[in-house]
Design a protein around this ligand. Structure first.
Ligand code: HEC
Ligand code: HEC
Ligand code: HEC
Length: 353
């Protein structure tokens, strides 16, 4: 017993040192053991891995698979991103964090649906009692002096932002939980005033996030840039990041707002409950907890032909007008599978009988 305990603690220490999330590691190890025992072909085993990574178990019951919340938290999305960006992203989700194995799928949202969800997510804010002081408000441009200071602050000699943040698709970070989004997305994506709050205290939004508190007191910023003034250093970084490009924001959101004045946040709340967004994103205030809103895939191999499955996974259209549980209004989303991926997943589903 004591030996077992010692072995376990050595293993845990090893996992901690390597900064591997024990939960995810165990999850994959068990999943692989199960696949080996089932004697799956290499193609079906690849399909099973995709089903695990993409978290199909968020909505479906499938073998031993358990749902794993691994998508970013949405409980401060209304402060973090611009509504123009959000609306556009919901209609055409794309990768923001290319190192994630999970993917934000496409729910084929119409304008009214995407607008409703945007409005509901706009209500997702962490309460910050004090309003942002006027000096921090974004003025719409960056002074040359501040731009130079920001570029210097971001270098490896100072705050080394690109040790974690992507530039293009490249990240220097080897630790998965320190990887962070491409900072060239900032102008289109982020609310300028939120960036100040984030730089001031990232943990107050996302407890445990690996973004350092660079500016938590009056002596934290480097002394030889902008006279060691932390407030001006934060403004410099924010102004530089937001004004890197002057591309206009996507115009579709404003048009949808004008054309659908009756759409409310409550409609978006209901849609997000129906679609079970919490299955991947974790709990969101105002929404019910995760539910299995989709049919069990236990007998899928008996029910469906591989060709039908491949087509369905690629196109994923509506099968049941009133959705699987009458009235729940669930929808099978589209994961933008490549032909190879769709074939592998279908091959795996075929083995479920
Ligand atoms: C199968 C899992 C899954 C489901 C279901 C899901 N998402 Fe996501 N979502 C993700 C992942 C993974 C990301 C992160 C993508 C990235 O960063 O590359 C994401 C990202 C997002 C983002 C962007 C977050 C940011 O960084 O600003 C929003 C907004 C979002 N999802 C909304 C929704 C809504 C609304 C629903 C329900 C209609 C939903 N998601 C359902 C997996 C999922
Ligand atoms: C030790 C790693 C690390 C360093 C160094 C770091 N960040 Fe971050 N940063 C993060 C993480 C982790 C996140 C949250 C990632 C997520 O949402 O998936 C983040 C998020 C952000 C965001 C929000 C991005 C978005 O699109 O949602 C901004 C802006 C940001 N950081 C700015 C900076 C700046 C400016 C610097 C340098 C002064 C910096 N960061 C240095 C890890 C880091
Ligand atoms: C956000 C919830 C959700 C996620 C995540 C999800 N599905 Fe579905 N899926 C559904 C719903 C709802 C239906 C029922 C659609 C209908 O009846 O119109 C469905 C239907 C299906 C069907 C047809 C089942 C039948 O016999 O009617 C298959 C196959 C399927 N999903 C596979 C997958 C796979 C593989 C994944 C992961 C890559 C996945 N699903 C992820 C919600 C989801």
């Amino acid at each position: 017993m004591r030996r077992l305990f010692r072995r376990c603690s050595v293993l845990l220490l090893f996992l901690l040192l390597w900064n591997v999330e024990p939960g995810a590691w165990l999850h994959h190890a068990l999943s692989r053991a199960w696949a080996a025992q089932r004697n799956l072909s290499p193609l079906a085993a690849r399909g099973r891995e995709l089903v695990t990574d993409l978290n199909c178990a968020a909505c479906h019951q499938i073998e031993d698979q358990t749902p794993q919340p691994g998508a970013p938290p949405l409980d401060f999305e209304g402060e973090r991103v611009r509504p123009e960006w959000l609306f556009d992203f919901l209609k055409q989700p794309r990768s923001i964090r290319p190192w994630l194995r999970m993917r934000m799928p496409t729910f084929r949202l119409g304008d009214r649906e995407a607008l409703a969800i945007t409005k509901f997510l706009e209500t997702q804010r962490k309460r910050h009692d004090e309003p942002l002081p006027a000096k921090f408000r974004f003025a719409g441009r960056s002074e040359p002096e501040l731009t130079d200071a920001a570029k210097k602050l971001m270098t490896p000699e100072y705050l080394d932002c690109l040790t974690c943040h992507l530039r293009g698709k490249e990240s220097r970070s080897v630790k998965p939980d320190e990887r962070a989004p491409d900072l060239s997305l900032v102008p289109q994506r982020l609310n300028p005033d939120w960036i100040i709050r984030w730089l001031q205290d990232p943990q107050s939004f996302q407890p445990g996030v690996k973004m350092p508190n660079f500016f938590d007191d009056e002596s934290s910023g480097p002394e030889d840039i902008l006279g060691g003034d932390e407030a001006r250093q934060m403004i410099a970084l924010r102004d530089f990041l937001v004004t890197q490009s002057s591309d206009p924001l996507p115009a579709e959101y404003q048009r949808a707002v004008r054309q659908n004045p009756d759409v409310t946040p409550e409609m978006g709340r209901q849609l997000m409950a129906q679609f079970n967004c919490v299955g991947c994103h974790g709990d969101i205030p105002g929404l019910p907890p995760r539910r299995e809103i989709a049919p069990s895939l236990a007998q899928q191999g008996r029910k469906a032909q591989v060709t039908w499955l491949i087509e369905f996974l690629t196109e994923s259209r509506e099968i049941r007008r009133e959705a699987y549980n009458l009235g729940t209004g669930g929808r099978m989303p589209n994961f933008r599978f490549t032909p190879d991926e769709a074939e592998a997943v279908a091959e795996y589903l075929r083995t479920l009988r």
